[in-house]
Design a protein around this ligand. Sequence first.
Ligand SMILES: Nc1ncnc2c1ncn2[C@@H]1O[C@H](COP(=O)(O)OP(=O)(O)OP(=O)(O)O)[C@@H](O)[C@H]1O
Ligand SMILES: [Mg+2]
Length: 560
Amino acid sequence: MSDAAVAVRGLGCAYPGTARPALAGLDLELPPGALAVVMGASGAGKSTLARCLTRLVPCFVPAEVTGDVRLLGEPIHGRRVGELAGTIGMVFQDFEAQLFSTDVTQEVVFGLEHTAVPPAEMPERVARALATVGLAGFEGRDPTTLSGGEKQRLAIAGLLALRPPVMVLDEPTTDLDPVGRAEVLRTLAGLRGDGLTLVVIEHDTAAAAGADLLLVLSEGRVVGRGAPRELLADVEACAAAGIRAPDTCCVLAALGLPAPPLDVETAAERLRAAGATPKPPRFLPPPRPLRPPLIDVCGLGHRYPGGHAALAEVSLAIRPGEFLALVGRNGSGKTTLAKHLNGLLVPSEGAVRLEGHDVRGLALEELAQRVGYVFQDPDHQLFAATVEEEVAFGPRNLGLDPAEVEVRVAEALAAVGLDERDADPFLLDKGVRQRLAVAAVLALRPDVLVLDEPTTGLDFVEQQKMMALLRARHAAGQTIVIITHTPWVIAEYAERVVLLAGGRLRYDGPPRQFFADDELLAAAAFRAPDVTRLGRLLGCTPLSVAELVSWMPGRQAPCP
Ligand SMILES: Nc1ncnc2c1ncn2[C@@H]1O[C@H](COP(=O)(O)OP(=O)(O)OP(=O)(O)O)[C@@H](O)[C@H]1O
Ligand SMILES: [Mg+2]
């Protein structure tokens, strides 16, 4: 018998009614104290692996499972999910579904009560877990009132308090701000020292950098297995598996330099040694905006019931045709601000004006036609039985005639690249649901699109589709406001960054200045994209790999 903590042999899994098995012959062996990161495009079988390890499949999700899985040397075949609670624990991809208690403390205690943790140990464990994820002070809060990222932090705290010997985390950092993400990943890596074994599913290659093993899945099979640094250095293989290769690897590959490192400091040294010195152009200050604001936020303050001041004295003008990114750490007030732009929330102080009219005086239907809002979680928005119904709902509600409704539906579905009109929205992949949520809003032909974290939880291919879609809407004249934690999305797409810190406006200006201001980034728990950090070590501030490489004398723009 092997002394592996996780031993998977020939694991296969087929969901009923599907043509291709979700997993086909997967092998994985992890010694105690190992951290494995699993990557791959959506549909590759990552979450199925997590569900098979925890027995959620087939106990709760029916499927035909073949092969052998052993945890701590014991076969799990035939075991109930609850019986494994002391052995393996999980953070779900859909962490909202995981939270059900009435306060934050109870949420963490719940898991402890269902394992053999002595009650006397509980308060200390709960306090430590909450502090680790940055939720000290949130003990009495109702989990439903937490921000998206705070909820995800709470789900992680539940697992950290429990400390089962094997932990599975399915995309645990999607909604976290960049610094929070790095802290959580560091905490997880640190658990190895206590002999805990971790399987972390992630789309972000930064998560893989410190892993002992990287497993790349594609269509249910392992297509890459080995040291992260070696696998991620192969930019083309990453692209083929739907993974966004690390910036350092793309830059070095484009310059024909072998064996790229994953960290920017070593990459900068390698470039210096190779004599690659970027020569950036001179950047002129952006032209002063001439057009009057479409939306004017004046001295906005918002206090939630219970007294929490989520926004204070926020003033900004959004002009027609802008592409603006609203950023800030978890709980900084981004969603709260966005919900004021179309009247979903009412100001406690100040006002929001649309072309000079206070939005409080406008009918909600009129507002919805001018300012479209796509929720942080598309599932908060989708409700219809079919894709077509979902998109038709808004235009129908406006009283448009059936022919016009059809025109709007066809136009919106084409814009987001969806043609399965009869599909059930809830059976679609997250990325497709996200695009459907956008289509439902586009069908109202709003002047402004406000999207709360439109790429969160999507794989790289879907993220690119979403951003290409927004760029096309922008080119067609729509004003775009996105909330995002993803540095490369801001760097490559936004023309203007608005940073909130503790509910107040902290920065409002071009992305290049934002990413060049280390003090500001540190204060805001933000990080520049790796290519920007690399460029800064070489004396410039590029916003994309293509830009940095094009600044290298004698080089053409590379890499997709
Ligand atoms: N319904 C509510 N009741 C009480 N407090 C709330 C409520 N909704 C949000 N808050 C609090 O207001 C603050 C701002 O929340 P908001 O959702 O705007 O943050 P955010 O910047 O969007 O965060 P994230 O990046 O995590 O999505 C947070 O501290 C949050 O806990
Ligand atoms: Mg939010």
